[in-house]
Design a protein around this ligand. Structure first.
Ligand code: AMP
Length: 326
């Protein structure tokens, strides 16, 4: 059992504080939402006498089925408070600008620990998701932490989405905690209906992407989504971000990336890959992330073309020195 001393300390801190604030990263995905809502639900059930707030300044439209958050408490609430930050590599990316008001901060994350922060850190980059870590925490201390059906539903949502439906970074631990959560009685039929079903208008957008995407000579699938395209399809920023997943299952395309333009002239690149690790390219452009899922913010076509050329060169090098890729 890894990092037992750290998780013992986290449990002790949770018991010590009467007020706990839970926060996550901006523009939340399934893991940020699932882990924050799941931990809040489990702690409320376990310690009904404590005041536990899920404080976030933004939400997700796609995952609105998970329900609303608590909103931001006033400054006074923060005095003598323990703040638990989930799935957030650096404090600037927190969806809680009041985080520094807390008395103590715990960072729980599965991103590489490039920007350490907080008084206690539990960081395991090899984990599929922070939901896996929180579910493991609930399982480890099951005599003290009550994992309700609701908490399990939230945590399973993040586990399923951040692992790409159990495709990425999955090992025995992932499946053991998945089993633990499923034993709580999750309505998986409803969950997958929420996650998988599309509006017809979304299919129209998908067809646009498949007609307009391009592939570099060595197999990087890519598309740039301009502000005009976003307007044409009435895409929210979150929907535009989803574009990258449409290119993930093309044989020979080991790298796929979407460039999303913003009104301020910046372009957010979402970079994904299989077999070949690509986060170094994102880092070269001031971004970062996981080995196979990273991103950066770029400016202008020159930088976009240079980013693409780096991806293509990496693929050339990888394919000419490795076998067994598909
Ligand atoms: P995304 O494509 O937004 O889902 O990001 C994938 C991963 O890359 C996440 O773990 C992010 O934290 C990380 N990432 C994305 N953009 C940046 C950035 N500009 N700087 C640092 N990390 C980033």
């Amino acid at each position: 059992m890894k990092n037992r001393k750290t998780t013992d300390l986290i449990l002790a801190k949770i018991k010590e504080y009467d007020k706990i604030v839970i926060s996550r990263h901006l523009r939340p995905d399934g893991d940020a939402l699932g882990s924050s809502k799941g931990l809040a639900a489990a702690l409320r059930a376990s310690f009904p006498e404590k005041r536990i707030m899920l404080a976030s300044e933004d939400a997700s439209e796609n995952l609105a089925f998970l329900g609303p958050d608590d909103g931001q408490p006033d400054d006074a609430f923060y005095s003598g408070t323990l703040l638990i930050c989930l799935d957030c590599g650096n404090p600037e990316r927190l969806s809680n600008k009041k985080y520094a008001l807390a008395k103590e901060i715990i960072k729980i994350d599965h991103h590489p620990n490039i920007r350490p922060y907080g008084d206690i850190m539990w960081v395991e980059p090899e984990r599929s998701s922070v939901c896996e870590m929180i579910a493991d925490f609930c399982m480890r201390y099951k005599s003290e932490i009550v994992t309700t059906g609701e908490a399990a539903y939230f945590l399973y949502t993040g586990l399923v989405t951040d692992s790409g439906r159990f495709k990425y970074s999955v090992n025995g631990d992932t499946m053991r905690v998945a089993g633990f959560l499923l034993d709580k009685g999750i309505n998986t039929e409803l969950l997958f209906a929420h996650l998988n079903l599309d509006d017809f208008s979304w299919l129209k957008y998908k067809s646009f992407v498949y007609r307009n995407m391009k592939i570099t000579p060595n197999g990087a699938a890519h598309i740039r989504i301009t502000c005009k395209t976003r307007e044409k399809f009435a895409l929210t920023s979150e929907q535009a971000s989803e574009t990258v997943y449409m290119m993930e299952s093309i044989k020979g395309c080991l790298i796929w990336l979407a460039f999303i333009d913003y009104e301020d002239g910046s372009t957010r690149v979402r970079l994904r890959s299989r077999f070949v690790q690509t986060n170094r390219i994102a880092e070269k452009y001031g971004g970062g992330g996981h080995e196979y899922a990273s991103g950066a913010t770029l400016r202008g076509s020159k930088q976009i073309n240079s980013f693409l050329a780096d991806c293509d060169a990496l693929l050339y090098e990888y394919k000419s020195t490795h076998e067994g890729w598909i």
